[in-house]
Design a binder for this molecule. Sequence first.
Ligand code: ZN
Length: 484
Amino acid sequence: MSGVQELIDAALDAARRAGATYADARYVERQTEGLTVKNGALEAAESDTSAGIGVRLLLDGAWGFSSTSRLERTDVERVTREAAAIARASSVARRAPVVLDAARPVVATYRTPVEEDPFSVPLDDKLRILFEADAAMARARGVTVREGTLHAGRERKIFASTEGARIEQEIIEAGGGIEATAVSESESQQRSYPAAGGQLVTGGFEAVRALDLAGHGEEIAEQSVALLTAAQCPAGSMTLIVESSQMALQVHESCGHPIELDRVLGMEASFAGTSFLTTDKLDQLQYGSPLVNIDADATAPRGLGTFGFDDEGVPAQNVPIVSAGRFVGYLTSRETAPIIGRQSMGSSRAWSWNRIPIIRMTNVNLRPGTAGSLGDLIADTDDGLFISTNKSWSIDDRRLNFQFGTQLGWRVRNGRLAEMVKNPTYTGITPRFWGSCDAICSPEEWRLWGVPNCGKGEPMQTGHVGHGAAPARFRNVQVGVGRW
Ligand SMILES: [Zn+2]
């Protein structure tokens, strides 16, 4: 990569010559692979690579950014001059000059720990996993569509800044999942394993093998068929037990997005609106019950939001967001953190070389509680509803009023799972909902889920983020609202 290092140095030199007070250059090489088997046949085999350099700089107190996939010195210098021209033009419209925090520049390397590189696993092995899972789903009578997917990703990044930072990273991702769909004359019902859209982690192919897709195919396929004739979810105010992958989505929408400080400060409102967690609420608002503890942890092993350094060169950290129910922290960047008197906690990331870093979730995790296993929690519940696996979501602009639908529900009666119910939904208002949390399962039920499709920004940037959660119980929740 000596060639790339020279290009990065050329960009930083060109930025200095153009009068930039700060500049960083980021080389990103991204490789992805996807396999889909549908109804016993290979449906898609995709692979993609992309590489380029993005140059970001501060000039006259404003940001400029430009990028190129042409890895030649003249092109890199040209886009650096473009970035300088953009900064100069932007400075006319800026309200206040951009001020970065005093982060210490780092020289370091980071690589995702992997046992089995997903790109060196033979195609045959991968296809066998998908075909075995397909055969398992096919054992259930009445399933209409069977689908299985595997994903692999690799991102090599080199970041350097005029402050002296120089960081090389290699992030490796692996994951997969299966889905069964049963269709009747009037409806279709789906079941996914291990979560809606599968599971994606940073790590090696060992994570895919550990999913044991084939071992779960028949059960989810049978459930998709059983849902067709199951009773509708009851409507009313009930005790709700939420399975861990749906808890991950609950955390994502009602905590992860509203704690993005750029959104709070009105610098970013695309796709997911603003936030009710305004800065006057920091350290003041009771966000949830005293059982609720949420961290933003970019260091969590295997998290899809795990890395060594963010795209501003700030080391990965684990910071408290909600502590004993109190709202205590934001996701921040070097530009936004000083506005609330803090240092960046390292959550500024770009989707690729041709995007400017913006605040993204890391792994925003609900810490486990002490309620034991899921079985223990159900046994401790006289009357309620247990729901699993996300199907739909909706939340207002400020992240206060939400409604979720899940694939599967069970009535809980006298401490046991009773009959299956279909089309479960629940609705709530964020602090009231989290305030009604009275039990969270213990660490053995805690799982860290990858969310690979978080959209933010204009132009759109897809974020790979993670959420750890254990099943949790909420009292007096409105369920069965609407029909999704
Ligand atoms: Zn999102």
